[in-house]
Design a protein around this ligand. Structure first.
Ligand SMILES: *[C@@H]1O[C@H](CO)[C@@H](O)[C@H](O)[C@H]1NC(C)=O
Ligand SMILES: *[C@@H]1O[C@H](CO)[C@@H](O)[C@H](O)[C@H]1NC(C)=O
Ligand SMILES: *[C@@H]1O[C@H](CO)[C@@H](O)[C@H](O)[C@H]1NC(C)=O
Length: 906
């Protein structure tokens, strides 16, 4: 053997040895890794079980890195879980186990149903950089243990039920970039150490109970970009430090008790785009330096005590779209430089002490849609050029000292929706050109001026106008019969003028109180007590014109639908007759025997264990026999309120359509009910139990005190005229969509979607009701009487007229109608819509009528702020998609939810 061969052998042996060693090493290492992996997997399985995460369990694939919501660290090769995204999955349960995932860097549990305190164990996740617990129901205080998360860069605890102070320990979170705790019940001061967090870019703590001062060092050591503290009880001045780095983009401090002046330092912030500091007690001038904020688009400082002249420097902020300085003590005139604000859309200066004229330069603001100068001391005439602003929709000049005549050119403001010029010293006639303002719909108020001469008959062309007030002038002549063309009128006031003759016979006039016509010696006719002595009034022929048209339109809007409704009404009438027979029988019974003749319960159950004690099924039946307990009558059921002997109040739904087939399949029905009660979704109203006797089925539900969405939107006669604001409406729309999307996900088609079947809980969370109807009375199962029905009038999809079948796209259509109701505050079938009594048709035909979207949306909401209007317009698009006449073009509910959530977040 040569030495070289020996060498080779040795080398080979050595290599083999090395490989063995390496292999052994690998094996040990691999075993260790597998052990870790098994442990992690076990932890994840138990998290999955505890929280109810679908797709996480022993049956799932071995590689947990592929489970939904999990991201692993691939670099290290040994499968450590780095990121958990479990947002919006309707999860609840105990989170403590999550703390075992030690290498977690990102944890998103937002938009779920978690209750109780935030587990302090989360403080053990020392690698965590991102923690989002927002939109849950966490209560108690913020655990101080979160202060251990020293790598945290993003912490979001907003929209929970947290109380107490921000714990001192969080001062250790030196890397924090974004800190959000808005919409909780947190109190105490905004901590001083917040100013020392040198990485902080975003701090958002709005809608809490914070008091004390804004720390005077906030923003001093960091490049603060956004500070949002609105709706708290903060006092003291706006600290200069906020503007120190010059990086601030958004400042929102609305609705606090802030005092002192607006710091000149605001001028450092060239990227500042939005400033909202209204509803405080700020004093002093508008700082001159504001002119340096070249990015400013939104400046709102209304309802403060600001004074002095309005600094013309603000006109250097050429990007401004909204300027609201209303309800302050500004004096002097409107700077003529305002004509440079070419992007201005809303100028709101009402309730100040401004005087002089309206500068003519203002007509350069071609994008202006709202000009509100009311309640000042302007004393010029109304410039005849005012309508050279082609987009003007709202013109408020009321409560000033304006003189001269109303210019004829006012007729050129073709986009005008509302004209308020009351309480001035205007003279002359009412120009008939006002009748050209075809879009005028919210209000025309000319009251408390010195106008004289006749009422121009052309005003009768304002067929969209809702409110007309010409009271307290010196108008003479008679009320022209042409005024009956104002088909949308709800409110009129002709009082305190010199009018004569009969009040034209016209529904809206007859409905007005006497006071709308009083103070005119010469007026006579029906709404007044003075009769016209037979000499006037030959106008009977038109009397019912409008209502005939309405009825014709209802009938015309779908004969097939009408026919199906007739069938249903007929069926109900038959059933009602049977009930009457049954009732008269029981009435014939002797009073004291009544208790004994109470029907015997054949089957019944309460599905929820901790309610079993509190619900007495006998008492449930008894409650439904009393008419005084009746809450409402729906398409398929009558709803009762039932007080249990335990004091618990529940809702009981008595099914009206219990035909033999249903009874025949009783066991199947009970199984369905039990299944439904387990279908857990926050936005569905699930049965909590049932009772069956004779051919009656009673379904038990939680009692929801806030009534239905229909009541919330359309209740008008009630004590309070409260109309829900846009964010609430949007969240309701999203909730309903989520509930319906879930139903479709589990292959349930709803049979009666309407705003009357959306119930609201204490927090106005919507719950879609009548879902069991869909399951129990499924037309495909041969319950014939129901197959004639497709829900409530106004919500029925057009294709139903020929298919006679309710489908998922049909549900989407009905949902779209609810969304339109939410956006317009109009009924799905509304006489006020003129020829198109159908809300869907009315909205879809807006472009052909020449209506802008603004004229469709509820103006009380869409004019509140740009962001609301933007969101409402976006939601309107969704509603239009949903109500497309072609079923295949409508989006799926899941997509609808996504689109609406996007709107909410933008
Ligand atoms: C959860 O909702 C957020 C916003 O609310 C959205 O961005 C995200 O896509 C949703 N995730 C899931 C899993 O639905
Ligand atoms: C009005 O606003 C639009 C954007 O909405 C803009 O494109 C246009 O330039 C503005 N008009 C003027 C006169 O600046
Ligand atoms: C019209 O304006 C006057 C005075 O500004 C006000 O009192 C009155 O209520 C307004 N009319 C209507 C119908 O709103």
């Amino acid at each position: 053997m040569s030495s070289s061969m020996l060498l080779q052998l040795c080398a080979a042996a050595l290599a083999g040895f090395m490989i063995t060693i390496l292999l052994k090493f690998e094996l040990v290492n691999g075993a260790q890794a597998r052990l870790n992996t098994d442990k992690t997997r076990a932890t994840l399985v138990s998290i999955g079980q505890e929280l109810g995460v679908s797709g996480w369990g022993l049956q799932s694939s071995y590689d947990f890195c592929s489970w939904p919501g999990i991201t692993c660290d691939v670099e290290s090769g040994n499968s450590t879980v780095q990121k958990l995204d479990l947002s919006n999955r309707s999860l609840r349960g105990n989170l403590t186990v999550i703390a075992e995932l030690e290498s977690l860097k990102s944890l998103d549990l937002s938009s779920n149903g978690f209750h109780g305190p935030v587990p302090p164990e989360l403080g053990n996740l020392s690698a965590l950089e991102f923690l989002d617990l927002s939109f849950n129901y966490f209560d108690g205080s913020i655990p101080r243990e979160l202060g251990n998360l020293i790598n945290l860069r993003f912490l979001n605890l907003s929209s929970n039920l947290l109380v107490g102070e921000i714990p001192h320990e969080l001062r250790n979170l030196e890397k924090l970039l974004e800190f959000q705790v808005s919409s909780n019940n947190l109190s105490g001061p905004i901590p001083l150490w917040l100013g020392k967090l040198s990485s902080l870019r975003v701090f958002s703590a709005y809608k809490n109970e914070f008091d004390g001062m804004i720390p005077e060092n906030i923003g001093l050591f960091s490049e603060l970009e956004m500070l949002n503290l609105h709706s708290n009880h903060l006092q003291g001045p706006i600290p200069k430090s906020i503007f120190a780095s010059g990086k601030l983009e958004v400042l929102i401090l609305t609705q606090n008790r802030l005092t002192g002046e607006i710091p000149e330092d605001i001028g450092h912030c060239t990227s500042l785009s939005s400033v909202r500091i209204g509803n405080n007690k700020l004093v002093g001038n508008l700082p001159i330096a504001i002119g340096n904020c070249s990015s400013l688009t939104y400046f709102e400082a209304d309802n403060n005590i600001l004074s002095g002249e309005i600094a013309s420097d603000i006109a250097r902020c050429s990007n401004i779209t909204l300027l609201n300085l209303a309800s302050n003590s500004f004096t002097g005139t409107i700077p003529s430089e305002f004509g440079n604000l070419l992007n201005l859309q809303e100028l709101i200066l009402s309730s100040n002490d401004l005087s002089g004229d309206i500068p003519l330069s203002i007509i350069m603001c071609k994008n202006l849609s709202k000009l509100d100068l009311s309640d000042n001391r302007f004393n010029s005439s109304i410039p005849k050029e005012i309508c050279e602003m082609p987009r003007l929709q709202f013109l408020y000049l009321d409560q000033n000292s304006m003189r001269g005549e109303i210019p004829r050119e006012i007729g050129n403001c073709v986009k005008l929706l509302e004209l308020q010029i009351s309480r001035n010293y205007l003279t002359g006639n009412i120009p008939s050109e006002i009748g050209h303002l075809k879009n005028l719909q919210i209000s025309l108020n000319l009251s408390f001026n010195n106008l004289h001469g006749p009422l121009p008959p052309d005003l009768g062309r304002l067929d969209k106008l809702v409110s007309l007030d010409v009271s307290n002038n010196q108008l003479s002549g008679s009320i022209p019969s042409e005024f009956r063309g104002m088909l949308s009128l709800i409110e009129v006031n002709f009082s305190n003028n010199l009018l004569i003759g009969p009040v034209p016979r016209f529904g809206p006039f007859q409905k007005c109180p006497n006071s709308s016509f009083s103070g005119n010696r010469g007026l006579c006719g029906e709404p007044l007590l003075t009769s016209c002595q037979g000499s006037f009034g030959n106008d009977h022929e038109n009397r019912h014109g409008a209502s005939y048209r309405t009825i014709a339109a209802i009938v015309g809007s779908g004969l097939a639908v009408f026919a199906s409704i007739t069938i249903v009404v007929f069926l109900f009438m038959m059933r009602e007759r049977q009930e009457m027979v049954a009732n008269s029988k029981s009435e014939g019974a002797i009073e004291e025997e009544k208790a004994d003749t109470r029907p015997t319960i054949e089957a019944g159950d309460v599905f929820i264990d901790n309610l079993k004690q509190a619900i007495d099924l006998e008492a449930v039946v008894k409650a439904t026999l009393k008419d005084s307990n009746k809450l409402m009558t729906g398409t398929f059921s009558t709803v009762y309120r039932a007080m249990m002997p335990s004091g618990l109040i529940i809702l009981v739904k008595k099914l009206r359509c219990m035909d033999r087939t249903v009874i025949h399949h009783r066991n199947k029905m009970i199984r369905e009910l039990e299944r439904l009660s387990r279908l857990s979704h926050d936005n569905l109203m699930q049965p909590i139990g049932f009772v069956i006797y004779e051919d009656v089925a009673l379904l038990l539900h939680h009692y929801l005190p806030n009534g239905t969405l229909a009541q919330l939107l359309h209740k008008s006669s009630g004590e309070t005229e409260y109309k829900p604001e846009w964010p609430l409406r949007l969240s309701i729309a999203i909730g309903v969509a989520q509930g319906l999307a879930f139903l479709h996900h589990v292959a349930v088609i709803h049979l009666d979607i309407s705003s009357a079947n959306v119930l609201l809980d204490l927090n106005f969370k919507p719950l879609l009701g009548e879902i069991e109807i869909s399951k129990l009375l499924d037309p495909s199962r041969g319950t014939a009487s129901i197959s004639a029905v497709a829900g409530s009038f106004g919500y029925i999809p057009p294709e139903y007229a020929y298919t006679m079948q309710v489908t998922a796209p049909g549900n989407v259509y009905s949902y779209g109608v609810i969304l339109l109701e939410i956006l317009t505050t109009r009924l799905p079938v509304d006489e006020g819509l003129g020829e198109d009594v159908d809300l869907v048709k009315w909205v879809h035909s807006a472009p052909t009528r020449g209506d802008t979207p603004e004229q469709i949306l509820d103006a009380r909401l869409s004019t509140v702020s740009f962001s609301w209007r933007k969101e409402m317009l976006a939601a309107l698009k969704v509603a239009l998609l949903c109500t497309d006449s072609v079923p295949a073009k409508r989006p799926k509910m899941k997509k609808v939810v996504e689109m609406l959530q996007e709107i909410e977040q933008s």
